[in-house]
Design a protein around this ligand. Structure first.
Ligand code: NAP
Length: 339
């Protein structure tokens, strides 16, 4: 327990991250100071947002400093402690880094969790973690659902999107349409997550995608939960119902664009349809997480919600596991096993 392996950001990626942007180092663990505790990280969450944190660009969080381990949410167990608030054996979840051990302190970014209430502690990184809370609060608070809404979810087979599709139904949507990459993911949308219609975006132009959305929603869509941006957002904007609400959750198609950002080109449709597009950030809802976790846990218990996790093994696989998010080769919430 004296050596810590850490996945370090040593250069800012230009476009898609490559091996040379990172270094896996082994470091001696420092002595704990009073008030600190040592976490053995068992799992790290791999999230698209981490790509933005690697850039030196204005954001809702400072960039990861070069030479620091890559920031990530983790779940783990306290293995040494100099605070009575976090005794040895306590499980915690919080914003740490891709490293085998993290040092934290009471009042910091780690919160106690009880892994005995879930099938796997990884659930605190997926359905009961930030991903689940993004889907729950993003849909409820930003998309402002009303009974009978026709809902379009992009990035629909992913961690957030697959939950949004199911939550939309639970909150009264009359029709839920999902866009995802490839026939296998589209099959999962309808067969496993209960979407009414699945649209495969791969190899299609904005016009083709627009036509497929129009065929599924002839009166337009009342809500778009947007995870992707680019052409997919443009196609959605072409199919708005009057007073539609667009929850802008993510723009994953643009995160590795090193050149000019493409942006949404059909924003004129917001005027035509008097529609609202609002960004959302899950961190805004931290004070309400207890309520969101209770709602999600209730639906899980009642068999009304399913979710998937994609777990890759070992800190040596941090980069290929992270890159799955951008190739679409993750089947569910992307998690890295560290212990
Ligand atoms: N605002 C917030 O607070 C917040 C919080 C969490 C997540 N998010 C955002 O939510 C979105 C989904 O995140 P997640 O954690 O649930 O990841 P995820 O959907 O599980 O994985 C990412 C998926 O995005 C799709 N994708 C990747 N590159 C793409 C491209 N160029 N064009 C179209 N689709 C592409 C792939 O699915 P296909 O195989 O279908 O292409 C991939 O599997 C991201 O944009 C993320 O930044 C926002």
């Amino acid at each position: 327990m004296s050596v810590n392996r850490r996945f370090i950001l040593q250069r800012r990626p230009n476009g898609m991250p490559v091996a040379e942007d990172f270094e896996l180092i082994s470091e001696a663990l420092p002595e704990l100071a009073d008030g600190q505790f040592l976490i053995r990280n068992h799992y790290a969450s791999l999230d698209p947002a981490m790509r933005g944190w690697m850039d030196d660009a204005p954001s809702y969080m400072p960039p990861i400093p070069l030479g620091d381990p890559v920031r990530a949410s983790t779940v783990g167990e306290v293995v040494a402690s100099k605070t009575p608030d976090f005794p040895v054996g306590q499980w915690v979840s919080g914003l740490n880094a891709i490293e085998e051990y993290s040092i934290s302190m009471a009042g910091g970014f780690s919160a106690p969790i009880d892994p005995s209430i879930v099938p796997s502690p990884t659930n605190f990184l997926s359905v009961l973690g930030a991903v689940g809370m993004t889907a729950y609060f993003g849909y409820r608070e930003v998309c402002k659902p009303q009974a009978g809404d026709v809902v379009l979810v992009t990035g629909a087979a992913g961690a957030v999107g697959s939950l949004v599709g199911q939550i939309a139904r639970l909150m009264g949507a009359s029709k839920v349409i999902g866009i995802a990459g490839g026939p296998e993911k589209c099959r999962r949308l309808t067969d496993r997550y209960g979407f009414d219609t699945a649209i495969d975006y791969r190899g299609k132009s904005v016009d083709q995608l627009s036509a497929e959305i129009a065929a599924a929603a002839p009166q337009g869509v009342n809500i778009i939960f947007e995870n992707v941006g680019g052409d997919i957002l443009d196609a959605g904007l072409n199919n708005l119902a009057m007073y539609a609400r667009i929850g802008l959750c993510g723009l994953i198609s643009e995160y590795n664009n090193s050149g000019e950002k493409t942006g949404a080109r059909n924003v004129w449709q917001l005027i035509v349809k008097r529609a609202t597009m609002q960004g959302l950030l899950v961190a805004d809802y931290i004070p309400q997480f207890g309520e969101g976790i209770a709602a999600m846990a209730g639906w899980l218990r009642d068999g009304k919600l399913v979710f998937d996790e994609h777990i890759d093994d070992g800190i040596d696989n941090a980069l290929p596991a992270f890159l799955r998010l951008f190739s679409g080769s993750n089947d569910g919430k992307m998690v890295l096993k560290l212990a």
